[in-house]
Design a protein around this ligand. Structure first.
Ligand code: ARG
Ligand code: ZN
Length: 889
């Protein structure tokens, strides 16, 4: 049922289910047009809810029979629920037969077909599209699954757990029986029936257990699975080593599918992945892809404990598993990166993502707490807030109790809750209880406001140096803007990691007034009131405060630091994050000044000299240099303005980029020549950093050349594009040509398409590169409209749809926000069109308008009109309706 019918669901209304389902015996007769599902359950009344009717969820399925203990019974179907009354008061057997049509399932939720195979996606509410069930995460059962299908078309039959039987059947069919011994909620169920090949490896873990690891892909893709397998093996070792958590399955499978709404899914023992996050080899994937594969493989694997062994009581607790698992995958990727500098690079990238995605969310109509209070469509709450901000909450707990304390907390969490469906409160309680006396335990109730209050807190810092007493007082205050439904907030508990840097570059000893000993050169202050003063003694000279080191809390730090202080931090701070941050602030300041005044930036010599010093620095890593030399995004600039004119921001940023391309020309040449040649491809942090810096330099040189009609670097870029021996270098060169609007770009694009026409993931890149090119006189928008007609384009494959549409509407503000409103008209048409195919995908696209209220005219009125046009449709899905309604509220 597509048309939205749902009513608002509230966290406060949680009650236990009327019944428990203990065992499930599912059998599938798989046919793309009509699949028969027989579901035999053992059901137990919940003594807490005596006599309550059993209401089973179901959606888009045809019910053919219902038996209780083998006998037909009376039933009714109302509001997409199968209602059974007068049931036995003791445990009973319930059998339900339904059919569904996987090939018609374009929503990609439940059982669907992709490239001729069968796949499932059940989180959050997909299982009800397979059979009638208590489709909620606190109902956990053991599953036995029998799959029957045509042997030739679907040679591989997979489900969760262990394969216990397989064989041939009449009529060219075969079957397989799988049993999963671990009780699980229905959202972790999965099946796959398809024509796939696999890479497999046996591993022995520290405990001496043997496991079989398998990665299933389509026949041509086997040579792209090595990196995922290595990442999986590394993840298994890491979780054992770091948290003492071992793989609890004999067999662990990953399956790649090219039609998938999200990144991947942690189904017990049978993870199903978007191909984008499994397949990678040097010829077809970039360094960024390699990094993503590593972190998503780890993320899904880590869910086996944080998500599967302990799951969520209800969907409001989603961050219990997602925030914690993102934190774990971030930790893992940092450990894999190795050196302190490479770890810092990963941290900077994660913070950049948070600021790009979550800060705007927290400042807009969809702002919600990490543990939301209500929803219409739960799929709309798989957000940057629940995931990335949720991870920051876990990180803050980690900071407050320390590394060892956090491990002890995790241990206690599993001792208490293994096998249960738990809450965010219970997680925080376990971490605090394992660390009595810690800053977290002392302020747990106040800390938990992070779970219940939305919005990004602002921290203001004011420092004063008293030369006579050699004292430095730091006054910290905090506020938090109102968010929908939350006009005022109570203070947050904010860990402020900090240091003091002298003008000569020394990082000073930190000695707080009243404490016997200095704390070293780095400490964590805890800001828990609206305002607090910290006094440092024995401070030899006026320092520059380096606050929120490593981004120790998800807040906006409003400093009063002048340019000179920022230059000091950029040059001398021991904390790489704050060095990077200082450069971002210096650039941001200049961009904002330009946007607010003339619209044109004028980069000053001091800024250029400071950037040159970083670029040419003998000790800094290439990866870090690349981050420092990359300007803040247009979206990040917009975040700092009350009224947003996307065209003005674009113009200011493009001018600054061009000026830096010119002013640092010789330095870019140097950087390119030093980093362009890296021998054979290896996806390690050092060589990735070198390639990233070479690509940035090439982009700048190409831009400078194209603008001055100087063919030298444009020609070299084209040559680099042709000669490249890996996708990172090739795509970097192609991007340099496309982004500088060089005349040779079209020729290169054509050649690229011809070369990779059979590699879907590479063709996605080809689309999105063109859609994200810096807008110039409407050419990019025109090209996107033309690309919609390209024979390779389709709205039915989410990756492909996103490669053009999200690229335009979310990532290319200057192409999207047009004075003639054509971008908004296009957006509204696509949201409506996609809603008829795939509501989850449509609602993601719908969110591109979250920030319409802050737009300058004429954008604002035109955006509102487009939103109203979508809102006027009467047959919108719940997913899209929720987003549009909130935006217009
Ligand atoms: N649990 C998955 C992950 O983060 C995400 C699944 C989300 N699916 C959805 N339809 N909302 O690993
Ligand atoms: Zn997850």
């Amino acid at each position: 049922m597509r048309e939205g019918t749902a009513t608002l669901i509230r966290r406060e209304d949680y009650t236990q289910p009327s019944h428990w389902i203990r065992t499930v015996d599912l059998s599938f007769d798989l046919d793309p047009a009509k699949t028969l599902v027989i579901n035999k359950m053992t059901v137990e009344p919940n003594p807490e809810q005596p006599g309550a009717p059993l209401r089973l969820d179901g959606e888009d399925i045809n019910l053919t029979r219902v038996l209780v203990d083998g006998e037909p019974v009376s039933f009714r179907v109302e509001n997409q629920q199968l209602v059974l009354e007068n049931l036995p008061s003791q445990a009973f057997g319930l059998e339900i037969r339904t059919t569904c049509a996987p090939e018609k399932n374009t929503q990609l939720s439940g059982l669907y077909t992709s490239s001729g195979g069968f796949f499932t996606q059940c989180e959050a509410l997909g299982f009800r599209r397979i059979t009638y069930f208590l489709d909620r995460p606190d109902v956990m059962a053991t599953y036995k699954v029998t799959l029957k299908a045509d042997k030739v078309r679907f040679p591989v039959l997979l489900s969760n757990g262990n394969l216990v039987e397989e064989g041939s059947l009449d009529g060219g069919k075969h079957y397989a029986v799988w049993e999963d011994p671990h009780p699980k909620p229905s959202y972790l169920f999965a099946l796959v029936a398809a024509n796939l090949v696999r890479r497999e490896q046996r591993v022995r873990t520290r405990l001496g257990h043997e496991h079989l690891l398998q990665i299933y892909v389509r026949a041509g893709d086997l040579d792209k699975t090595e990196h995922a397998m290595n990442s999986l093996i590394a993840s298994i070792a890491w979780d054992e080593h770091t948290y003492g958590l071992s793989l609890d399955l004999e067999r662990f499978m990953i399956v790649a599918v090219s039609d998938f709404n999200m990144g991947a899914m942690e189904n017990k023992g049978l993870n199903i992945f978007n191909t984008k996050f499994v397949l990678a080899n040097p010829a077809t994937a970039t360094d960024v892809d390699f990094g993503n594969v590593e972190s998503v493989v780890a993320h899904e694997y880590f869910h086996n404990w944080t998500g599967n062994r302990v799951t969520c009581r209800d969907w409001f607790q989603l961050s219990l598993k997602e925030g914690l698992t993102v934190f774990r995958d971030q930790q893992f990727s940092q450990d894999m990166a190795g050196s302190p500098s490479a770890r810092a690079v990963k941290r900077i990238e994660d913070v950049r993502t948070l600021r790009q995605l979550q800060f705007p969310e927290d400042a807009g109509p969809m702002a919600h707490p990490v543990r939301p209070d209500s929803y219409l469509a739960i799929d709309n709450f798989y957000t940057a807030t629940v995931y990335e901000k949720g991870a920051e909450l876990v990180r803050m707990m980690h900071t407050l109790v320390g590394e060892q304390g956090f491990r002890a907390g995790m241990k206690l969490y599993f001792e208490r809750h293994d096998g249960q469906a738990a809450t965010c409160d219970q997680f925080a309680q376990a971490i605090a209880d394992a660390n009595p006396g810690s800053e977290l335990a002392q302020r747990l109730d106040a800390f938990k406001r992070w779970y219940s209050q939305a919005g990004t807190p602002r921290v203001q810092a004011h420092g004063e140096y008293n030369a006579e007493h050699r004292q430095y007082t730091l006054r910290l205050t905090q506020t938090c803007p109102a968010t929908p439904g939350q006009p005022s907030k109570q203070p947050f508990v904010i860990p402020v990691a900090m240091g003091l840097v002298a003008a000569d570059g020394r990082n000073l000893e930190l000695h707080l007034e009243g404490e016997a000993l200095p704390r070293g050169k780095n400490t964590v202050l805890v800001l828990s009131e609206a305002e607090q003063v910290f006094t440092f003694v024995h401070v030899p000279a006026e320092p520059v405060p380096s606050l929120m080191r490593g981004f120790s809390a998800p807040v906006v730090l409003e400093t009063e630091l002048g340019d000179d202080a920022l230059f000091t931090l950029l040059q001398h701070d021991h904390d790489p994050f704050n060095r990077w941050e200082a450069a971002q602030k210096l650039a941001l300041r200049r961009l904002l000044r330009a946007v607010r005044t003339t619209g044109q930036t004028e980069v000053d010599e001091h800024f250029v000299v400071a950037l040159r010093a970083v670029l040419r620095h003998p000790e800094l890593d290439a990866a870090f240099k690349e981050l420092v030399l990359t300007l803040p995004s247009e979206g990040y600039v917009a975040e700092h303005l009350e009224v947003v004119d996307p065209q003005r921001i674009h113009a200011a940023r493009e001018t600054m980029k061009l000026q830096l391309a010119h002013a640092l020309h010789d330095d870019w040449v140097w950087a390119y020549e030093q980093h362009a040649d890296n021998g054979g491809y290896s996806p390690d942090a050092t060589s990735m950093g070198r390639r990233a810096l070479a690509n940035l330099a090439l982009g700048m040189l190409c831009l400078d050349g194209a603008t001055r009609h100087n063919p030298v670097w444009v020609g070299r870029t084209l040559q680099r594009f042709k000669d490249a021996t890996n996708m990172t270098d090739r795509f970097g060169a192609l991007a340099a040509l496309v982004n500088s609007h060089a005349e040779l770009a079209d020729q290169a694009l054509e050649r690229f398409h011809a070369q990779y026409k059979d590699e879907a993931l590479v063709i996605d890149k080809w689309f999105s590169l063109q859609a994200m090119a810096p807008e110039k006189d409407g050419q990019v928008f025109a090209r996107i409209k033309a690309l919609m007609q390209h024979p390779d384009f389709t709205l039915r494959t989410p990756n492909r749809a996103r490669s053009l549409l999200m690229a335009l509407c979310q990532s290319n503000p200057a192409a999207f926000h047009r004075a003639d409103a054509a971008g908004y008209v296009f957006w509204a048409d696509r949201v409506i069109e996609i809603d008829g195919i795939n509501p989850q995908l449509a609602s993601r696209l719908a969110r591109a308008m979250d920030h319409w209220r802050r737009l300058a005219e004429p954008y604002r009125s035109a955006a509102q009109e487009a939103l109203k046009r979508v809102a006027a449709k009467t047959d919108l899905s719940d997913d899209v309706r929720e987003i549009i309604t909130r935006a217009l509220q």
